[in-house]
Structures are given as structure tokens and as C-alpha cells.
Design a protein around this ligand. Structure first.
Ligand SMILES: Cc1cc2nc3c(=O)[nH]c(=O)nc-3n(C[C@H](O)[C@H](O)[C@H](O)COP(=O)(O)OP(=O)(O)OC[C@H]3O[C@@H](n4cnc5c(N)ncnc54)[C@H](O)[C@@H]3O)c2cc1C
Length: 456
């Protein structure tokens, strides 16, 4: 017998987006909400990610608006002076506590191990079912769900006598091979290389199959201090205004210390732009055996068959490490509010948690969907250089629309997940200077990025 969930919102997905949306909605309205996830807990992909993953940004920028994740400065190690970055167990624990907080309001049901099919919730464990009332709004909080190696088969075939593992399983090897083949161009592959080197693997024992080279943001500049953080968009807009191409802009941002690349003899074509520490960069540069022959197609014992038709010799006992899932998705941008569904998407440039939180805040405080869509127009994640530029143009315009609303501006300056926040009473000459630079550079910078996007 199906039970009715007496709720105003059915949030499908208890990952970072679903949790940030619900947290802000519940804190700024009297809405009753059901959050549903097919996984066994909240936290989304973090529940299944590789064990040595860490947030690539300061923890402070991640999570939900009501509860700060992290907030401390590291005192030791290669990132001494930078903010802490939570590990996977810390992130999973954080979301478990966020669920408790939501349940404690008495207005939120969190149902895990359950699938949402249309407007029906079905337990994958007990088979029980729940319906929601006609008036209930469905919230798609998995529209951007990333794919991860642990849950996606490797995009290459492997012969029976060859060895391949996902990045999750590299930590479980019983015996060290004479060579590792790391496959992937993104954050997961850089993490795998840094982890292997940290375990004492010789750089010459790593073969890195890297179809594309990535641009990455300098982590030292993506810190929860507005005088530091706001310098990044200010420099980006200033340099864009006098650049003749996106490649030239990125090279200038590299000279300005904003962007990093592993190999300075190669012009990267990928701009998902995760952050990287200079110490990681040095380690990654120690790997000389980099294969740029397109995607890996097939693995035989002792050789790799590449997309460009060539064959690459590797050790017979080589272990191939799958780090080649698509990761961040870039589905078509849709209006966040539509009659039958609210689709949570990034709003500002990057920082998906703030995007989900401000969407929850706007859902809680505004009545008219057209007005809500005017305030929260969706942005995308970067991938190509042109998509990165588009992300920054859309994200900046959305931030300006949100910032023009006094209540949203006041709220946004109090929430840690907002990377651009200026906490009340936070003032310095340095901050004044960078705000002046940003104010002067934004309009010409947006115009320039739009021009560069068109010309590539
Ligand atoms: C390894 C990795 C590291 C990252 N590091 C950072 C970082 O440092 N900083 C940062 O800002 N971003 C980072 N990101 C990106 C960021 O985490 C994601 O963009 C985003 O937060 C993903 O969260 P999500 O809630 O959209 O998706 P998910 O985490 O995938 O959550 C969506 C949930 O929806 C559930 N679901 C889907 N369909 C249904 C259904 N029909 N019924 C029930 N449940 C359903 C799924 O089970 C899933 O748990 C990282 C991403 C990855 C993969």
C-alpha cells in the first residue's frame, strides 16, 4: 500500500546539489521536503569515490550554507598557510551530520536506498512505495551528477592476460608492478599520479596516457579571503581585454600565476580548471613518460593500442589505472524553474554548492517562477577553453543579478560556500584595491570574453 509523503518539494538526489538546495530552502521558508537518494546515504558520488580523494578547493567553499565544512588553515605540510581540504571520509561524515540537522527541523524526510520514478518513490531495499501530492514540486538535483571510475566501465578494452584496475582499487594491489599506466587527463588522473609518487613509486615507473593537457587554477589564489579570491576574476577580466585569443589569455593568466599547466611546451586544450597546488605541479612534472596519442583503445599484455592507430610498449606486468570517467557533466542548460520540475544547475562560475544553495534561497523567498529564473540563470561547467569563457560570462552576469537584490546580497555575504563573499565588517586597503580593479575590469572583460569565445 503506497504512503503519501505530505511534502511541498521532492528533492531527487542527496548529493552536494540536493543537500545545498534543501538546506537553504528549509532555513528560509516553512517548506516540508522529502530528499530521496538511491544510494545508502547522503553525499552522492563522494560515497563511492577513490579513498585518497580530497576536495580540490578549500573545504569552506563546499557543502551547505548553514554549516561550514573545514574553515581552518593548514599549519604543516606542502600546503601550510592554505585552507584545509576535506578528505572523503570527512565529506561523507559532514553530509551525515547535515542529514541529522535537516531531520531535526521536523520538516524534512530523507529517504535513502530509494529510487524516484516519475513522482513515485520506491525503496530498493523494502519495496515500499510513496507518492507525493499534486502540489508537490519535483527538484532534479542529479542533473549534473558526475560519472566516476568506480561506477563506469573503462572506455578501453583489456585482454585477459593484461592488468587493469579502477583508481579506487589501486590502493588494494597485493604486489607492486614494475610499471603503472595512468589513463586520464583530469583531476582524478592527477590525484592518482600524486598518490603513487607519494607512495614512493619512481616517476620513471609511471606511463601517463594524457589525451588532452589541462589548465588548472593555482590553489594558492582560490582561498576564502576576498582580497585574494577576487584578484582572480579581476586579473582574468584585465588580461581578457587585451588578449587576441583564448590561448593567449590562458598564457597570460599563467604568467600572472593564476593558471598552471604541467608541461610548458604543450598548449592545453582542456579548461575544467580544478585547482592544483604548486607542490603537486612539481611532482606531476617529474613524470616524463607521457603518451599523447589520443584515447587508449585496447590493452594487451605489454602494449597499448591507441586511438591514432599506434602501439605503445609497456612492461608485461604493467597495471593500467582507469581514471578516465567523464567526470563533470555538461548537459544542455535549461531554465531552473519549469512548470513540472526545478533543475538545479550551477549559477555563478563554478562552485556548484553555492549555485544550489542560492537556488534554494530563491525558491524559499520568491513566488514567481519568471522572477526566480531571472535571478538564477544557469551557468555551465568549463571543459573546452570556449566553454570556460562561457561559464565565466554567464556566471558573472548571474552573480550581478543576484547581487542587485539586497536580501540575497546580505545572505550571500554570510555563507561560506560563496567564494566571493565579503563578510560584514571585513575591510582592508588590499581588499579595496582589488574591488576597484574588479569594478573597472568587469564590463570590458565580459565583452572581451564574449569576443574571444566567438573567435576561439
Ligand atoms: C572526484 C570528484 C572531485 C570533486 N571535487 C570537487 C571540489 O573539490 N569542489 C567542487 O566544487 N566540486 C568538486 N567536484 C564536483 C562536484 O562534486 C559535483 O559537481 C557536484 O557536486 C556533484 O554533486 P551532485 O549532487 O550534482 O551529484 P551526485 O553527487 O552524483 O549526487 C546526485 C545523487 O542523485 C542520486 N540519484 C540520481 N537519480 C536518482 C533517482 N532517480 N532516484 C534516486 N536518487 C537518484 C544519485 O544516487 C546521486 O547520489 C568533484 C567531483 C568529483 C567527481
Amino acid at each position: 500500500m503506497s504512503r503519501t509523503l505530505d511534502v511541498d518539494h521532492l528533492v531527487v538526489g542527496a548529493g552536494a546539489m540536493g543537500m545545498a538546495f534543501t538546506d537553504a530552502l528549509v532555513d528560509h521558508s516553512d517548506a516540508r521536503v522529502a530528499v530521496v537518494d538511491r544510494r545508502h546515504g547522503a553525499g552522492g558520488h563522494w560515497l563511492e569515490d577513490y579513498p585518497f580523494v580530497r576536495l580540490h578547493q578549500a573545504s569552506t567553499f563546499y557543502g551547505v550554507a548553514s554549516t561550514v565544512l573545514g574553515g581552518r588553515i593548514q599549519e604543516q605540510g606542502p600546503e601550510a598557510g592554505l585552507h584545509v581540504r576535506a578528505s572523503q571520509p570527512e565529506i561523507v561524515d559532514y553530509y551525515a551530520r547535515a542529514v541529522e540537522r535537516l531531520r531535526a527541523t521536523g520538516r524534512v524526510e530523507v529517504l535513502t536506498g530509494c529510487e524516484v520514478v516519475g513522482r513515485t518513490v520506491v525503496s530498493r531495499i523494502s519495496g515500499r512505495t510513496w507518492e507525493v501530492p499534486e502540489s508537490c514540486r519535483v527538484v532534479d538535483a542529479h542533473y549534473l551528477s558526475p560519472s566516476i571510475p568506480a561506477e563506469s566501465s573503462a572506455p578501453f578494452s583489456v585482454a585477459d592476460d593484461a592488468r587493469a584496475v579502477t583508481v579506487n582499487d589501486v590502493v588494494r594491489l597485493e604486489e607492486a608492478p614494475s610499471q603503472y599506466v595512468v589513463v586520464g587527463s583530469g583531476k582524478t588522473a592527477t590525484d592518482a599520479c600524486v598518490w603513487l609518487l607519494g607512495q614512493g613509486v619512481d616517476p620513471d615507473a609511471i606511463c601517463w596516457v594524457r589525451p588532452r593537457d589541462p589548465w588548472m587554477l593555482n590553489r594558492a589564489l582560490i582561498q576564502p579571503d576576498p582580497a585574494i579570491y577576487l584578484g582572480v576574476p579581476a586579473t582574468t577580466f584585465e588580461e581578457a581585454a587585451t588578449s587576441s585569443s583564448l590561448d593567449e589569455l590562458f598564457l597570460r593568466l599563467e604568467d600572472a600565476g593564476v593558471m598552471l599547466r604541467i608541461d610548458r611546451s604543450v598548449t592545453p586544450t582542456m579548461a575544467k580548471a580544478p585547482t592544483l597546488g604548486e607542490w603537486e605541479l612539481e611532482l606531476l612534472r617529474s613524470i616524463g613518460n607521457v603518451v599523447r596519442r589520443g584515447h587508449l583503445r585496447h590493452v594487451e599484455r605489454g602494449r597499448l593500442e591507441m586511438e591514432d592507430g599506434t602501439t605503445v610498449r609497456v612492461a608485461d606486468d604493467a597495471v593500467v589505472v582507469h581514471c578516465a570517467a567523464d567526470g563533470l557533466k555538461n548537459p544542455p542548460l535549461v531554465p531552473v524553474w519549469q512548470p513540472d520540475v526545478i533543475t538545479v544547475q550551477p549559477v555563478r562560475a563554478g562552485f556548484p554548492c553555492f549555485g544550489a544553495a542560492v537556488t534554494g534561497y530563491v525558491e524559499a523567498t520568491r513566488r514567481d517562477d519568471d522572477e526566480k529564473n531571472r535571478l538564477c540563470s544557469p551557468s555551465r561547467f568549463g571543459n573546452s577553453l570556449a566553454q570556460w569563457a562561457d561559464m565565466n560570462v554567464r556566471g558573472t552576469r548571474a552573480s550581478m543579478a543576484l547581487g542587485a537584490e539586497p536580501d540575497i546580497a546580505e545572505w550571500a555575504n554570510t555563507v561560506a560556500v560563496n567564494p566571493a563573499r565579503i563578510p560584514p565588517g571585513h575591510a582592508s586597503e588590499e581588499l579595496d584595491r582589488v574591488r576597484e580593479r574588479l569594478a573597472a575590469a568587469t564590463a570590458p572583460g565580459l565583452e572581451a570574453l564574449t569576443r574571444l569565445m566567438a573567435t576561439g
